[in-house]
Ligand binder design. Structure first.
Ligand code: GLN
Length: 307
Protein backbone atom coordinates (compact mmCIF):
# COMPACT_ATOMS: atom_id res chain seq x y z
CA UNK A 1 0.00 0.00 0.00
CA UNK A 2 1.51 3.32 -0.99
CA UNK A 3 1.85 6.27 1.34
CA UNK A 4 -0.87 8.08 -0.58
CA UNK A 5 -3.35 5.27 -0.33
CA UNK A 6 -2.82 4.99 3.39
CA UNK A 7 -3.57 8.62 3.98
CA UNK A 8 -6.61 8.50 1.66
CA UNK A 9 -8.06 5.66 3.68
CA UNK A 10 -7.34 7.11 7.06
CA UNK A 11 -10.37 8.49 8.89
CA UNK A 12 -9.01 11.88 9.75
CA UNK A 13 -11.15 14.59 11.33
CA UNK A 14 -11.51 16.22 7.92
CA UNK A 15 -12.62 13.03 6.16
CA UNK A 16 -15.04 12.19 8.93
CA UNK A 17 -16.57 15.66 8.64
CA UNK A 18 -16.82 15.44 4.86
CA UNK A 19 -18.36 11.99 4.86
CA UNK A 20 -20.84 12.84 7.62
CA UNK A 21 -21.83 16.16 6.06
CA UNK A 22 -22.68 14.30 2.88
CA UNK A 23 -24.58 11.61 4.81
CA UNK A 24 -26.61 14.17 6.79
CA UNK A 25 -27.49 16.18 3.70
CA UNK A 26 -29.03 13.03 2.26
CA UNK A 27 -30.88 12.37 5.52
CA UNK A 28 -32.85 15.58 5.77
CA UNK A 29 -30.65 17.78 7.94
CA UNK A 30 -30.88 21.55 7.34
CA UNK A 31 -27.38 22.11 8.66
CA UNK A 32 -25.36 18.99 7.79
CA UNK A 33 -21.87 20.44 8.24
CA UNK A 34 -22.71 22.11 11.55
CA UNK A 35 -24.36 18.92 12.85
CA UNK A 36 -21.28 16.90 11.87
CA UNK A 37 -18.93 19.34 13.61
CA UNK A 38 -20.94 19.48 16.84
CA UNK A 39 -21.18 15.69 17.03
CA UNK A 40 -17.52 15.07 16.21
CA UNK A 41 -16.42 17.68 18.75
CA UNK A 42 -18.66 15.96 21.30
CA UNK A 43 -17.21 12.52 20.53
CA UNK A 44 -13.65 13.91 20.79
CA UNK A 45 -14.54 16.00 23.85
CA UNK A 46 -13.14 19.12 22.28
CA UNK A 47 -14.62 22.40 21.07
CA UNK A 48 -15.80 22.89 17.48
CA UNK A 49 -13.00 25.40 16.89
CA UNK A 50 -10.42 22.83 17.90
CA UNK A 51 -11.54 20.57 15.06
CA UNK A 52 -10.14 23.12 12.62
CA UNK A 53 -6.61 22.69 13.87
CA UNK A 54 -7.03 18.91 13.98
CA UNK A 55 -8.13 18.18 10.40
CA UNK A 56 -5.27 15.76 9.81
CA UNK A 57 -5.58 14.00 13.15
CA UNK A 58 -7.11 10.57 13.48
CA UNK A 59 -9.63 10.14 16.28
CA UNK A 60 -8.94 6.94 18.23
CA UNK A 61 -11.16 3.85 18.00
CA UNK A 62 -13.23 4.81 21.03
CA UNK A 63 -13.92 8.31 19.68
CA UNK A 64 -14.80 6.89 16.27
CA UNK A 65 -17.22 4.41 17.83
CA UNK A 66 -18.87 7.17 19.88
CA UNK A 67 -19.12 9.34 16.76
CA UNK A 68 -20.58 6.51 14.67
CA UNK A 69 -23.34 6.00 17.22
CA UNK A 70 -24.15 9.72 17.30
CA UNK A 71 -24.23 9.85 13.50
CA UNK A 72 -26.54 6.85 13.38
CA UNK A 73 -29.01 8.42 15.82
CA UNK A 74 -28.88 11.79 14.05
CA UNK A 75 -29.58 9.95 10.80
CA UNK A 76 -32.69 8.49 12.46
CA UNK A 77 -33.90 11.99 13.27
CA UNK A 78 -32.73 12.64 16.83
CA UNK A 79 -31.97 16.37 17.17
CA UNK A 80 -28.30 17.20 17.68
CA UNK A 81 -29.12 19.10 20.88
CA UNK A 82 -30.59 15.96 22.44
CA UNK A 83 -27.57 13.90 21.39
CA UNK A 84 -25.08 16.25 23.00
CA UNK A 85 -27.41 17.45 25.79
CA UNK A 86 -27.14 21.16 25.18
CA UNK A 87 -28.00 23.99 22.80
CA UNK A 88 -26.47 27.42 22.42
CA UNK A 89 -28.95 30.25 22.90
CA UNK A 90 -28.18 33.95 23.22
CA UNK A 91 -24.47 32.99 23.33
CA UNK A 92 -25.06 30.84 26.41
CA UNK A 93 -25.06 27.09 26.66
CA UNK A 94 -28.34 25.55 27.85
CA UNK A 95 -28.73 22.00 29.01
CA UNK A 96 -31.77 20.36 27.37
CA UNK A 97 -33.42 16.96 27.49
CA UNK A 98 -36.62 15.22 26.38
CA UNK A 99 -38.65 17.31 28.86
CA UNK A 100 -37.67 20.67 27.39
CA UNK A 101 -38.18 22.35 24.07
CA UNK A 102 -34.86 22.96 22.33
CA UNK A 103 -34.30 26.74 22.28
CA UNK A 104 -34.69 28.23 18.79
CA UNK A 105 -32.77 31.21 17.40
CA UNK A 106 -36.08 33.05 16.72
CA UNK A 107 -36.69 33.18 20.44
CA UNK A 108 -33.64 35.42 20.86
CA UNK A 109 -35.79 38.24 19.45
CA UNK A 110 -38.05 37.88 22.47
CA UNK A 111 -35.09 38.25 24.84
CA UNK A 112 -33.92 41.38 22.99
CA UNK A 113 -37.40 42.92 23.16
CA UNK A 114 -37.60 42.07 26.87
CA UNK A 115 -34.19 43.63 27.61
CA UNK A 116 -35.15 46.78 25.64
CA UNK A 117 -38.37 47.08 27.63
CA UNK A 118 -36.48 46.47 30.88
CA UNK A 119 -34.13 49.37 30.13
CA UNK A 120 -37.05 51.71 29.50
CA UNK A 121 -38.83 50.61 32.65
CA UNK A 122 -35.68 51.00 34.74
CA UNK A 123 -35.08 54.44 33.24
CA UNK A 124 -38.62 55.52 34.14
CA UNK A 125 -38.29 54.15 37.62
CA UNK A 126 -35.04 56.06 38.22
CA UNK A 127 -36.58 59.27 36.92
CA UNK A 128 -39.51 58.97 39.28
CA UNK A 129 -38.95 61.62 41.95
CA UNK A 130 -40.36 59.47 44.69
CA UNK A 131 -42.33 56.31 45.25
CA UNK A 132 -41.63 52.90 46.70
CA UNK A 133 -40.81 51.42 43.32
CA UNK A 134 -37.96 53.83 42.66
CA UNK A 135 -34.95 51.77 41.65
CA UNK A 136 -36.61 48.56 42.87
CA UNK A 137 -35.60 45.38 41.02
CA UNK A 138 -37.77 44.53 38.06
CA UNK A 139 -40.08 41.59 38.68
CA UNK A 140 -40.17 39.37 35.64
CA UNK A 141 -41.95 36.08 34.91
CA UNK A 142 -40.98 33.54 32.27
CA UNK A 143 -44.07 31.42 31.71
CA UNK A 144 -43.42 27.96 30.33
CA UNK A 145 -39.72 28.41 30.93
CA UNK A 146 -38.69 24.89 29.80
CA UNK A 147 -34.88 24.85 29.81
CA UNK A 148 -34.96 28.39 31.22
CA UNK A 149 -33.51 29.80 27.99
CA UNK A 150 -35.55 33.02 27.98
CA UNK A 151 -35.55 33.73 31.69
CA UNK A 152 -31.93 32.85 32.36
CA UNK A 153 -30.63 34.82 29.35
CA UNK A 154 -32.71 37.77 30.48
CA UNK A 155 -31.45 37.51 34.06
CA UNK A 156 -27.83 37.27 32.92
CA UNK A 157 -28.18 40.54 30.98
CA UNK A 158 -30.39 42.34 33.48
CA UNK A 159 -28.48 41.79 36.70
CA UNK A 160 -30.93 43.61 38.94
CA UNK A 161 -34.05 41.67 37.88
CA UNK A 162 -35.86 39.10 39.96
CA UNK A 163 -37.32 36.24 37.99
CA UNK A 164 -40.13 33.74 38.40
CA UNK A 165 -39.42 30.76 36.17
CA UNK A 166 -42.73 28.96 35.73
CA UNK A 167 -43.51 25.65 34.10
CA UNK A 168 -46.25 23.04 34.34
CA UNK A 169 -43.54 20.35 34.12
CA UNK A 170 -41.42 19.63 37.20
CA UNK A 171 -38.76 17.75 35.19
CA UNK A 172 -38.43 20.78 32.89
CA UNK A 173 -38.01 23.08 35.90
CA UNK A 174 -35.18 20.90 37.13
CA UNK A 175 -33.33 21.59 33.90
CA UNK A 176 -34.12 25.31 34.20
CA UNK A 177 -32.71 25.25 37.73
CA UNK A 178 -29.54 23.58 36.51
CA UNK A 179 -29.13 26.19 33.77
CA UNK A 180 -29.79 29.07 36.16
CA UNK A 181 -27.13 27.65 38.47
CA UNK A 182 -24.68 27.23 35.63
CA UNK A 183 -25.13 30.85 34.57
CA UNK A 184 -25.02 32.08 38.17
CA UNK A 185 -28.45 33.65 38.36
CA UNK A 186 -30.22 31.03 40.50
CA UNK A 187 -30.19 33.30 43.57
CA UNK A 188 -32.49 35.70 41.71
CA UNK A 189 -34.86 33.06 40.35
CA UNK A 190 -37.94 31.46 41.92
CA UNK A 191 -38.94 28.19 40.29
CA UNK A 192 -42.67 27.58 40.33
CA UNK A 193 -44.72 24.65 39.08
CA UNK A 194 -47.85 26.18 37.61
CA UNK A 195 -50.17 25.98 34.62
CA UNK A 196 -49.41 29.46 33.20
CA UNK A 197 -50.07 31.95 36.03
CA UNK A 198 -52.69 29.86 37.84
CA UNK A 199 -50.66 28.85 40.89
CA UNK A 200 -48.69 32.08 41.18
CA UNK A 201 -49.65 34.02 44.28
CA UNK A 202 -52.24 36.54 43.12
CA UNK A 203 -50.59 39.34 45.09
CA UNK A 204 -47.48 39.09 42.95
CA UNK A 205 -47.28 41.76 40.25
CA UNK A 206 -44.83 41.74 37.39
CA UNK A 207 -43.15 44.41 35.29
CA UNK A 208 -42.67 41.97 32.45
CA UNK A 209 -44.29 38.65 31.64
CA UNK A 210 -42.37 36.73 29.00
CA UNK A 211 -43.45 33.53 27.33
CA UNK A 212 -42.76 31.16 24.49
CA UNK A 213 -45.93 29.13 24.99
CA UNK A 214 -47.14 26.20 22.91
CA UNK A 215 -48.63 27.78 19.79
CA UNK A 216 -48.62 25.05 17.16
CA UNK A 217 -52.08 23.87 16.03
CA UNK A 218 -52.97 20.17 15.94
CA UNK A 219 -52.92 20.16 12.14
CA UNK A 220 -49.57 21.98 11.94
CA UNK A 221 -48.12 19.47 14.40
CA UNK A 222 -48.91 16.62 12.04
CA UNK A 223 -46.90 18.43 9.36
CA UNK A 224 -43.84 19.20 11.49
CA UNK A 225 -40.47 17.70 10.72
CA UNK A 226 -40.05 14.35 12.50
CA UNK A 227 -36.95 15.72 14.22
CA UNK A 228 -39.32 18.03 16.11
CA UNK A 229 -42.48 15.91 16.18
CA UNK A 230 -40.95 12.67 17.40
CA UNK A 231 -38.37 14.04 19.82
CA UNK A 232 -39.56 17.27 21.46
CA UNK A 233 -42.25 17.45 24.15
CA UNK A 234 -45.65 17.79 22.49
CA UNK A 235 -47.01 19.72 25.47
CA UNK A 236 -44.42 22.44 24.84
CA UNK A 237 -45.45 22.75 21.20
CA UNK A 238 -49.13 22.09 20.67
CA UNK A 239 -51.85 24.33 22.01
CA UNK A 240 -55.07 22.99 20.47
CA UNK A 241 -57.00 22.98 17.21
CA UNK A 242 -56.30 26.66 16.48
CA UNK A 243 -52.87 27.19 18.03
CA UNK A 244 -54.08 30.32 19.87
CA UNK A 245 -55.63 28.55 22.89
CA UNK A 246 -52.73 28.87 25.34
CA UNK A 247 -51.86 32.41 24.27
CA UNK A 248 -55.50 33.40 24.77
CA UNK A 249 -55.47 32.10 28.35
CA UNK A 250 -52.17 33.81 29.02
CA UNK A 251 -53.32 37.18 27.65
CA UNK A 252 -56.41 36.93 29.83
CA UNK A 253 -54.53 35.91 33.00
CA UNK A 254 -51.73 38.45 32.57
CA UNK A 255 -54.15 41.42 32.74
CA UNK A 256 -54.39 41.12 36.50
CA UNK A 257 -50.72 40.30 37.05
CA UNK A 258 -48.94 43.11 35.21
CA UNK A 259 -48.09 46.42 36.81
CA UNK A 260 -49.33 49.50 34.99
CA UNK A 261 -46.84 50.27 32.21
CA UNK A 262 -45.57 46.68 32.24
CA UNK A 263 -45.57 44.42 29.20
CA UNK A 264 -46.59 40.96 28.14
CA UNK A 265 -44.14 39.66 25.54
CA UNK A 266 -45.10 36.46 23.75
CA UNK A 267 -43.59 34.41 20.98
CA UNK A 268 -46.06 33.26 18.34
CA UNK A 269 -46.25 32.09 14.77
CA UNK A 270 -47.03 34.52 11.95
CA UNK A 271 -50.13 32.42 11.15
CA UNK A 272 -51.84 33.41 14.38
CA UNK A 273 -50.38 36.90 14.76
CA UNK A 274 -53.57 38.75 13.72
CA UNK A 275 -55.76 36.53 15.89
CA UNK A 276 -53.55 37.18 18.93
CA UNK A 277 -53.65 40.97 18.53
CA UNK A 278 -57.44 40.77 18.32
CA UNK A 279 -57.50 38.80 21.57
CA UNK A 280 -55.42 41.47 23.32
CA UNK A 281 -57.56 44.28 21.90
CA UNK A 282 -60.68 42.80 23.52
CA UNK A 283 -59.34 43.74 26.92
CA UNK A 284 -59.40 47.37 28.02
CA UNK A 285 -56.42 46.76 30.34
CA UNK A 286 -54.13 46.54 27.35
CA UNK A 287 -52.82 49.51 25.36
CA UNK A 288 -50.32 49.66 22.52
CA UNK A 289 -49.18 46.45 20.85
CA UNK A 290 -46.23 45.85 18.54
CA UNK A 291 -44.65 42.98 16.68
CA UNK A 292 -41.01 42.04 16.41
CA UNK A 293 -40.07 40.21 13.23
CA UNK A 294 -37.64 37.32 13.05
CA UNK A 295 -34.75 37.16 10.59
CA UNK A 296 -37.03 35.60 8.00
CA UNK A 297 -39.18 38.74 8.21
CA UNK A 298 -42.06 36.95 9.97
CA UNK A 299 -43.97 38.44 12.89
CA UNK A 300 -42.59 36.31 15.70
CA UNK A 301 -42.99 38.23 18.95
CA UNK A 302 -46.00 40.18 20.19
CA UNK A 303 -45.30 42.84 22.79
CA UNK A 304 -48.40 44.16 24.59
CA UNK A 305 -48.45 47.12 26.94
CA UNK A 306 -50.45 47.01 30.17
CA UNK A 307 -52.08 50.46 30.55
N1 GLN B 1 -41.11 27.52 16.86
C1 GLN B 1 -41.41 26.21 17.31
C2 GLN B 1 -41.53 25.24 16.14
O1 GLN B 1 -42.10 25.60 15.14
C3 GLN B 1 -42.67 26.18 18.14
C4 GLN B 1 -42.41 26.67 19.48
C5 GLN B 1 -43.65 26.76 20.30
O2 GLN B 1 -44.70 26.20 20.05
N2 GLN B 1 -43.53 27.51 21.31
O3 GLN B 1 -41.04 24.14 16.19
Amino acid sequence: MSENQTSAETWTVLRLLQWTTDFFSKHGSDSPRLDAEILLAHARQCSRIELYTAFEQEPDAEQRAAFRELVRRRGEGTPVALLVGYKEFYSLRFRVNEHTLIPRPETEHLVIEALDCAKLLQGKSLQAASGDDRGAPLQVADIGTGSGAIGVSFAVHCPSAKLSAVDISEPALEIARWNADQHEVADRVDFVVSDLLESIDSSQQFDLILSNPPYVSESEFAELDRTVRDFEPKTALVSGPAGTETIERLIDQARGRLKSGGRLIIELSPMIADACVKIAEQFEEYGQTRFVKDLAGHRRVLSIERR
